[in-house]
Design a protein around this ligand. Sequence first.
Ligand code: BTN
Length: 258
Amino acid sequence: MFSPEDLQKGLRSKHFGKKIYTFESIDSTNNCAKVLASCDAPHGTVVITEEQTAGRGRLGRSWLAQPGENLTFSIVLRPDVPVSELNLLPLFAAVSLAEAIEQTTGIEVDCKWPNDILTREKKLVGILLEGSFKSDEIESVVLGIGVNVNQTIFPEEIKDKATSLRLEGRRKFDRVSLLQDLLFSLEDSYIRYSRNGFQSVIPQWMLHTSMIEKRIEISQNGEIIAGEVRGISADGGLIIDSGGVEKAFFAGDVTIVG
Ligand code: BTN
């Protein structure tokens, strides 16, 4: 099991991981981090577990990860940004994780809007952001991250869609030092984007995606809209050209066609 002492030894981030809660098994690190956030846990508090019994993904899905082989953790953030910028936060997380993974492992990755990281079109990292609000202001955000690290066998339902660093890099990765690299990168870019405005993540995100000009389908509330990706709006929406009309989408499941 992860120990706070091991994780903090060699930690280069100042706030992310300064306070760290480790578990052998827990329902969901996001649930735990949300409770901690409501009890005034400081910015950068990390919750990490070896196993989640009810790991959650976007759109009501489950997050399945083999215990003891991956990274499943959440960070409490206290961003000083208006609610209108909330949709930019997943992009910041995806870009900084993508940069850290490429640098540490040498594996080239691809960001998929809004908050996935893929490699060779298979999912490597999932991100789930959940906010708490008080009188229309963001009180806290829980940034939940699942990285497939050393898992080599995936359950039937995701085996064609998921991959891991070990499968891609053909070697095992040290989860403690990887977590430390991810936390350092997240903190470093969080500070930069907080200072320059989270909109400055958009050009960086565009550098890390292959989605631009691709034909996609986005399903939203039972409706499927087809179009070509044009970019990201100033408030983090995916701009799609559908039949000559450009529109920004803020939620939904995206499938790249062809
Ligand atoms: C997705 O791809 O739909 C998002 C997956 C997010 C999974 C992580 S694992 C740690 C944290 N705790 C959860 O219950 N979910 C997130």
